[in-house]
Write a protein that binds this ligand. Structure first.
Ligand SMILES: Cc1cc2nc3c(=O)[nH]c(=O)nc-3n(C[C@H](O)[C@H](O)[C@H](O)COP(=O)(O)OP(=O)(O)OC[C@H]3O[C@@H](n4cnc5c(N)ncnc54)[C@H](O)[C@@H]3O)c2cc1C
Length: 283
């Protein structure tokens, strides 16, 4: 547990079965910086003798994990969604070729550093006891330092608060189809519009519409995925939704694995018909 004034969080973490929680409570790590976090994580590894180090596959994880792995001369596996034990060897699973294949990676002996997709595995439900050990880390001179946080201007879309989200993916095919086809269904249902990352990367919608590991993590009552294949990075952002409807013309699309209701069809036929039906039902 790294930060300033985070001892309550460390205790809460230990009480959830967090094992021996190393607490590094220091003003040098009050804000994230790769160099101070690297020193803090390294101090915890040295103190515990950890030979498997799991970090989050998030922007700060991408930043700090390679530094840790390089410093330890460790095997390094990124973007994993699961770990299996195969006869005493740890096997790290990661999706490759846009989610079409799973790679099973067995690192060579020695220390292993891996980054894990947030939310890809269920929370640990084990013992309810643990302990906290405070670690004193001398941060010394750093090559970079935290200066300030600038919060991006919000355009008013907060998907984390929406009860209903209708998201469009690359299958929507054209930026103009979002206001013409996806938004009307969201409006008819009284919900918000979301998107997958390629839609945002292409500049069709701003980043606050993006659902997924590098966008918003959402848990609406109803999530409708239109023309979204269901890559793991999208799924981690929406699979905790209460009810999921997927509309996709590919019956083998992975989105159907998490859908409560799957519609194998062209979204341009189904979505406008659904919008009309919702409007009619609402009078
Ligand atoms: C580090 C990292 C972070 C990422 N973060 C995110 C993230 O936060 N969010 C995210 O979404 N992705 C993220 N991605 C990208 C992710 O891996 C996938 O590439 C992306 O989710 C695919 O988006 P998509 O489903 O819209 O597109 P595609 O995978 O191209 O799928 C399009 C789907 O539309 C269907 N389709 C096409 N036409 C129609 C039609 N007329 N009617 C019905 N269906 C149709 C197709 O059958 C296909 O299944 C990330 C990737 C990386 C490496």
């Amino acid at each position: 547990m790294i930060g300033q004034g985070v001892s309550d969080e460390a205790n809460a973490f230990a009480a959830k079965g967090g094992g021996d929680v190393c607490l590094i409570d220091n003003d040098a790590v009050a804000n994230y910086s790769a160099s101070t976090y690297k020193d803090a994580i390294r101090a915890a590894i040295d103190a515990t003798g950890a030979d498997v180090v799991l970090l989050s596959n998030t922007p700060s994880g991408w930043d700090v994990a390679p530094r840790i792995a390089a410093g330890l001369d460790a095997a390094f596996v990124t973007d994993c969604f699961d770990i299996e034990d195969e006869g005493g060897n740890l096997v790290f699973l990661r999706r490759v070729f846009n989610g079409k294949l799973d790679a099973r990676v067995v690192p060579s002996a020695g220390t292993i550093v891996a980054t894990m997709q947030p939310g890809a595995t269920a929370p640990y439900e084990g013992s309810t006891s643990g302990s906290v050990s405070a670690l004193d880390v001398a941060f010394g001179d750093q090559k970079s330092r935290f200066v300030e946080t600038r919060v991006a201007e919000s355009k008013g879309v907060d998907l984390t608060k929406a009860d209903i989200i209708v998201s469009g993916g690359r299958g929507v095919g054209d930026p103009e189809k979002f206001p013409e086809v996806i938004q009307p269904l969201a409006d008819a249902l009284g919900g918000a519009m979301g998107a997958s990352r390629p839609v945002v990367d292409a500049g069709w919608l701003p980043h606050e519409y993006q659902v997924g590991s590098s966008g918003q993590i959402v848990t609406p009552k109803l999530y409708i995925a239109c023309g979204i294949s269901g890559a793991i990075q999208h799924l981690v952002g929406m699979k905790a939704s209460n009810f999921i409807i997927a509309i996709n013309k590919d019956p083998d699309a992975p989105i159907f694995e998490v859908a409560d209701l799957g519609v194998v069809a062209d979204l341009f036929e189904v979505v406008p018909a659904l919008t009309d039906a919702v409007k009619e039902a609402k009078g």
